[in-house]
Ligand binder design. Structure first.
Ligand code: DGI
Ligand code: FE
Ligand code: FE
Length: 192
């Protein structure tokens, strides 16, 4: 599927602001894919469709999580987590996208997971640092992403977990597993 067609499909699912975020994630993903030798076409498709389900009705998402035998512990956690796995499912069933690598990147884009592929990491970091993002600490992650995709993933995960802790929010297990996995992999390298 070409970019224009994909963007047209996703635009109908999103607000103007979220669509601009999506275009930002796409542009950032292209830069990261080139820098880290990741398949650019897959990175573009993952970026375009990553927030496809962001505005789906919560009850519809809950039903999909139940009916499609997704991890049921998602239902006990914040509904903000649901649009990633539900999005991967809907992009496959409604849009007809079949690339497993792309669907997997969409599925884990909010929490992360163990054994993330370079494609998963490109989407995760691009989603965090695209130009319209304004989180505390985002500038540091933007700088890091120029030299280490792995350290950028860890910094973004640290910031997200810290943010959740300061708000007394539960942290989804995959988020911790992803952080632990990445941190152990780069053990011995300097973390700031
Ligand atoms: O969809 P986006 O806003 O572009 O970004 P995203 O898919 O990374 O979602 C970010 C939101 O998800 C943010 O409000 C923090 C939240 N989040 C990420 N990991 C966890 C989480 N929320 C909870 N409760 N637990 C998590 O582990
Ligand atoms: Fe998202
Ligand atoms: Fe996003």
């Amino acid at each position: 599927m070409n970019r224009e067609k994909a963007l047209g499909i996703v635009q109908k699912q999103l607000t103007e602001r979220r669509y601009l975020h999506t275009v930002g994630v796409m542009e950032t993903s292209i830069q990261l894919a080139q820098l880290y030798k990741v398949d650019e076409e897959k990175a573009v498709l993952a970026a375009i469709f990553h927030d496809y389900a962001k505005f789906r009705d919560k009850e519809e998402m809950r039903r999909i999580i139940l009916d499609q035998s997704m991890p049921q512990d998602l239902l006990a956690h914040h509904d903000e987590l649901w649009h990633a796995p539900v999005g991967a499912y809907l992009v496959e069933t409604e849009v007809g996208l079949t690339d497993k690598d792309v669907l997997e990147a969409i599925k884990c884009h909010t929490s992360g997971k163990i054994n993330m592929t370079p494609l998963d990491k490109v989407l995760y970091v691009a989603d965090y640092i695209e130009p319209s993002r304004d989180f505390p600490g985002v500038e540091q992650v933007r700088e890091t992403a120029k030299t280490s995709l792995d350290i950028a993933v860890i910094q973004a995960m640290k910031n997200t977990i810290s943010y959740l802790l300061t708000r007394n929010q539960p942290v989804y297990p995959d988020t911790f597993h992803a952080y632990n996995d990445m941190t152990m992999r780069v053990r011995g390298r300097k973390l700031t």
